[in-house]
Ligand binder design. Structure first.
Ligand code: PLP
Ligand code: SF4
Length: 362
């Protein structure tokens, strides 16, 4: 660097021209990506940039965050709002679909914009921050709804709030007697780990059981800075869970999934859900068929710690809920169960217990 040159602070790349300049997409791709950018937000943070190898055209980090012209094509099977939040919104910012828990979405901004996101049509840098009055109305709804025992903060990404506003929300929720659990879902610990500072950890202090579900899809996302942030969170009393999406070209092999779940556990992150891709517009290139997903998880059973095993789920369209997709190891047969052995890969015959089948009496 020449003497006296200003030290350029790395910045978040937010448009196709910046991606070209950073060498993440070829100049010829810019016009098509400008059209993508009209529909879907773009953000690649410095922490994410540092993980990308621009010389690798199949880089699993780039694939998650760098836009692609394929996003301009919406297939018939793809739908906006694939999980149908809209009909389950009693007040702005709240989604109440399961009896005992409800989502609170205080903003729709994220540190990065994942190309496979199921909320991709609503998330963005300038959208969705609840006003103070709207936030208070949403918090009042939680206080007035005693069957709800768990508040799930999502968005957008709740760790994009200022620590002051986040602390306010956690304090208000903590004061509601019928709430037992506060849960947050966030990409910040891997995508913008510099935000995980003392003020943020302090904002999450609560008398209630507090879980932070970290969204990560590849082992390499666990950078030294990300790991340091997660350590600070666990020291601060936050229980960490992991949430991933099964993605073609990112984690679609038993080895990559093993690496990912091992990286999570090494940071005291318990893999919670592996999501089947939601069919949001322009995301077809990421889909791994369910049969293949079940096969991948089957290969992992027995090979990795039971702690590493997530529940593989599909969020059904029309708000019908998240359904586990297996794989299952047990099949019912006549008077017996046929059970696949995770270690010997053989089928075992396990008879149904019969009360009259006494062999001996003592
Ligand atoms: C996923 C989701 C939840 C949380 O479901 P869990 O299975 O408890 O993780 C709650 N509400 C809505 C609307 C959801 O989509
Ligand atoms: S961080 Fe979550 S909500 Fe935001 S773009 Fe990624 S998947 Fe979507």
């Amino acid at each position: 660097m020449p003497d006296g040159a200003p030290l350029l602070k790395p910045r978040t790349l937010r448009d196709p021209a910046a991606l070209v300049e950073a060498g993440l997409v070829p100049p010829g791709a810019e016009p098509a990506l400008r059209r993508v950018a009209e529909h879907f937000a773009i953000a690649v943070t410095p922490a994410v940039q540092a993980l990308i190898d621009p010389a690798d055209p199949a880089d699993p980090i780039a694939r998650q965050y760098v836009p692609d012209a394929a996003e301009l094509v919406t297939l018939l099977a793809e739908r906006s709002d694939p999980t149908s939040d809209a009909p389950f919104t009693p007040v702005k910012g709240v989604v109440h679909r399961y009896p005992d828990r409800a989502l609170l979405k205080p903003l729709l901004a994220c540190p990065v914009y994942c190309r496979f996101c199921f909320r991709r049509e609503v998330v963005g840098p300038d959208g969705g921050l609840l006003t103070e009055a709207e936030l208070d109305a949403a918090l009042d709804w939680f206080a007035a709804t005693p069957q709800v025992k768990e508040a799930v903060l999502t968005g957008g990404d709740p760790l994009m709030l200022s620590p002051r506003r986040l602390a306010y929300i956690v304090r208000r929720l903590s004061a509601i007697p019928h709430l037992d659990i506060i849960r947050l879902h966030s990409r910040v610990p891997v995508a913008a780990p510099e935000r995980v500072n003392e003020a943020l950890v302090g904002a999450l202090e609560s008398e209630k059981a507090l879980f932070l579900c970290v969204h990560a899809n590849h082992a390499r996302e666990f950078s030294p800075a990300a790991k340091a942030g997660m350590r600070a969170l666990t020291r601060g009393g936050v229980a960490l869970l992991g949430q991933s999406v099964l993605l073609r070209g990112v984690n679609d092999s038993a080895q990559e999934l093993e690496n990912l779940f091992r990286a999570m556990l090494a940071s005291q992150v318990k893999p919670y859900y592996l999501h089947q891709l939601d069919r949001a517009p322009g995301t077809a290139r990421f889909e791994v068929p369910i049969a293949e997903g079940r096969q991948l998880l089957r290969q992992l059973r027995g090979r990795v710690s039971g702690l590493a095993w997530p529940t593989y789920v599909l969020d059904l369209p029309n708000g019908a809920g998240k359904a586990p997709l297996g794989p299952d190891f047990a099949q019912e047969a006549a008077q017996a169960w046929l059970i696949d052995g995770p270690l010997d890969h053989a089928q075992h015959h396990y008879p149904v217990r019969k009360d009259d089948a006494q062999e001996a009496e003592f």
